[in-house]
Design a protein around this ligand. Structure first.
Ligand code: PLP
Ligand code: SF4
Length: 347
């Protein structure tokens, strides 16, 4: 697999803009790494191509703005160990590696991602297993990173096997961007590894941010999971000048449903250092959400959500359809703006 990791290589494909050329790598940045597959999806004639914006760094990443931090979700303080985050009572995130196939310029976990600390050690896995044993309230695990599918098949097999041994009923989410950036990583033998451990379900969590990422190859990659009974869910990040309009998101969500991928979350950008160029004003996000709710089916509609600063956790972002309640009668606004009454049951 070929990767583009330097400006010299990048310039063979694209005529770089001054903003792109002015980027310099800092500790707060994720490295430059683009797959050959994804590069081929970028239109070299368009400096504002929405796929290019997600993959090619610009100088706006070197800017720190008000209230941004490297860890706004306070993941570090919610980590019982370096590779385990326990922020919500019944679910944990295991950071299998910090490495990704391709680095997203908007990455929210950049304090960790691409630091080149590499795959979790056997000790990290052992610690997580002990933790699962002593915290029986944990029902779900996010197998994440970085991108866990950068690990070899054998390594994935070993880690998942360990988790299954201590916690056969743990629901595991495989969080990966591979289907969008390097779909040929998704092979039948990879899917077979997960299928071996079928005492509890797996869910595939993808990240498609733009309809053009949903290529025939990407859909085929996801189908390998879905055909074998592993459902697919998608998390989209709302990104300025990438997908911050209702038309693009409507097309994306309908295409996802058609590909048997349920749109799960639409994330408001976190306050992560160097990502201000990607954040969309909340009022605009709410407008888009309102419009999508009119156009999309319940199946196609993702939940717009923000992960609040200082580890406040996720909250849904949604228009208010409840106007109030008087003498046990609720007054609602419909999505088209008209009013309706709904009485509570009488005592
Ligand atoms: C988002 C997240 C989860 C999962 O939250 P859901 O709302 O269940 O998708 C779990 N752990 C961490 C640390 C998270 O950031
Ligand atoms: S794939 Fe995920 S962890 Fe990796 S750079 Fe993209 S958002 Fe960050």
């Amino acid at each position: 697999m070929e990767y583009i990791t330097s400006f010299e290589e990048l310039e063979k494909y694209l005529k770089l803009t001054p903003q792109e050329k002015a980027w310099h790598e800092e500790t707060t940045c994720v490295p430059l790494k683009i797959t050959g597959y994804y590069m081929a999806l970028i239109n070299p004639e368009d400096p504002d191509d929405p796929l290019r914006r997600q993959a090619v760094p610009t100088v706006s990443e070197n800017k720190d703005v008000f209230m941004e931090s490297s860890d706004p979700l306070a993941e570090v303080s919610h980590s019982p160990a370096q590779r385990l985050i326990h922020r919500y009572g019944n679910r944990v995130a295991f950071l299998a590696t910090d490495i990704c196939a391709q680095y997203c310029r908007h990455c929210f976990r950049r304090r960790f991602t691409g630091n080149m600390t590499g795959p979790a050690s056997d000790g990290d896995v052992e610690f997580a297993c002990e933790y699962l044993k002593t915290h029986r309230e944990v029902r779900e695990m996010l197998f994440t990173g970085g991108d866990p599918l950068t690990l070899s098949d054998e390594h994935i097999d070993r880690i998942i096997g360990e988790f299954r041994k201590v916690s056969p009923e743990l629901v595991i989410r495989i969080c990966t961007r591979f289907p969008a950036v390097q779909p040929d990583r998704i092979t039948d033998s990879l899917v077979n590894i997960f299928k071996k451990y079928s005492t509890a379900p797996f869910y595939l969590m993808t990240q498609f941010n733009h309809p053009r990422e949903l290529t025939a190859q990407a859909i085929e990659a996801v189908s390998r999971f879905v055909d074998r009974g592993i459902p697919a869910m998608n998390q989209t990040v709302l990104l300025r000048a990438v997908n911050d309009n209702a038309d693009v998101l409507e097309e994306l969500c309908n295409a996802l449903v058609f590909a048997r991928i349920k749109p799960y979350y639409l994330f408001q950008g976190d306050l992560v250092s160097g990502t201000s160029g990607f954040r969309v004003p909340l009022a605009k996000g709410l407008e888009i959400e309102k419009e999508l709710r009119k156009r999309l089916s319940g199946l196609a509609m993702p939940l717009y959500a923000a992960d609040l600063p200082e580890g406040g956790g996720k909250v849904p972002l949604c228009g208010n359809y409840i106007e109030g309640c008087e003498n046990g009668v609720w007054k609602f606004t419909t999505i088209h703006g008209t009013s309706r009454l709904y009485p509570d049951p009488q005592a």
